[in-house]
Ligand binder design. Structure first.
Ligand SMILES: Cc1cc2nc3c(=O)[nH]c(=O)nc-3n(C[C@H](O)[C@H](O)[C@H](O)COP(=O)(O)OP(=O)(O)OC[C@H]3O[C@@H](n4cnc5c(N)ncnc54)[C@H](O)[C@@H]3O)c2cc1C
Length: 298
């Protein structure tokens, strides 16, 4: 199917793009990688009257680490850049585990992490990863910029906290306060598929004690699930088989899966539990965590 008729603008500055969005009201949409928006338009699930393509705006295609270890990912940083990143390798186990299992190589070449966060698909992998890492989104609008914690950014299925005239300019992952471990595991029916179940875990350890933890779930609820209670069960003690089991139980309880053609709710809840244990168990006794990848289910 062809999309409905729409106007197309490709501004060369952020201020121009914001002005176009402001004037376009609710009928205007940002286009980044187009890997979610274009299919939705072709199916006529989305029919914006104005598409504001941000790909000609210079200086948004970065990902970089500040001197203190804060990671910044610009609005036009593609999934593939993160998959091949030397910056992430070795120091960002949750992100390096997720990057290669987002969609397929074609989608990864165009799609962006920030676009994925904005799209707020309950099956989007990056929203769970950034939530588990305690990240935030920097939004810029006519009145200036503001910071939105990732846990507040996804407001529902395919809904985010941006105003209609705001652009998400970057995602930020705070610097670690200790040694980082964790990973991302995704159950998918075949390579390139959306997650049947995805689990992101990020843990920081100082002096053998877990100082910070995040767990977030993909595809097992109406939106990305921040399993904060499960993560809290890990904090304040050394990682142990008992704390991992407790966190895994709480994460499974936080999930809200539905039975469908991919599996029963019970099976998906079981996979949440299994993935939490599987990601964290290799970190016991100070070992590096299995940062994971994907598994296929029939
Ligand atoms: C075949 C296929 C398989 C896929 N599989 C997966 C998968 O396994 N896992 C997964 O996580 N994703 C998957 N995706 C989605 C893919 O990751 C998209 O790239 C991503 O969801 C959106 O990023 P984008 O840059 O393409 O955004 P776009 O499609 O350009 O935009 C998506 C939405 O976000 C808004 N938006 C984008 N950028 C901004 C911004 N900077 N500020 C404000 N609003 C913005 C747009 O207006 C639009 O509403 C798949 C897509 C396809 C086509």
């Amino acid at each position: 199917m062809y999309p409905s008729r729409f106007s197309y603008e490709a501004p060369r500055s952020l201020s121009e793009a914001i002005a176009l969005l402001h004037d376009g009201g609710d009928d205007a949409k940002v286009l980044a990688g187009g890997q979610s928006l274009v299919p939705l338009m072709k199916l006529r699930f989305a029919s914006p009257e104005l598409v504001v393509d941000i790909n000609n705006i210079p200086g948004l295609d970065y990902h970089r680490q500040d001197a203190d270890g804060t990671l910044r990912i610009g609005a036009l940083c593609r999934h593939a850049q993160l998959e091949r990143s030397d910056i992430l390798a070795g120091s960002h186990p949750t992100m390096t585990a997720a990057a290669p299992v987002i969609a397929d190589p074609i989608v990864r070449n165009r799609g962006t992490l920030v676009g994925s966060l904005c799209h707020a698909d309950p099956q989007g992998d990056w929203a769970s990863v950034v939530t588990a890492l305690g990240g935030h989104v920097v939004a810029q609008g006519p009145g200036g910029s503001r910071t939105i914690a990732m846990a507040d950014f996804v407001s529902g299925p395919f809904q985010n906290a941006l105003a209609h005239d705001e652009i998400a300019v970057e995602a930020v992952i705070p610097a670690p306060g200790g040694q980082r471990s964790g990973g991302y595991l995704k159950l998918e029916r075949r390579v390139g598929d959306f997650a049947t179940v995805g689990v992101a875990v990020a843990v920081e350890t100082s002096g053998g004690t877990v100082s910070k933890a995040g767990i977030a779930l993909t595809g097992v609820g109406g939106a990305t699930i921040n399993a904060a209670e499960a993560a809290s069960a890990l904090v304040g003690a050394p990682l142990s088989a008992e704390t991992i089991e407790r966190a895994a139980d709480l994460a499974a309880q936080a999930s809200r899966p539905r039975t469908d053609h991919r599996g029963s709710a019970e099976y998906k809840r079981h996979m949440v539990r299994t993935f939490v244990v599987r990601i964290l168990s290799p970190s016991l006794n100070g070992g590096a965590s299995a940062n994971g990848n994907s598994e296929r289910a029939a």
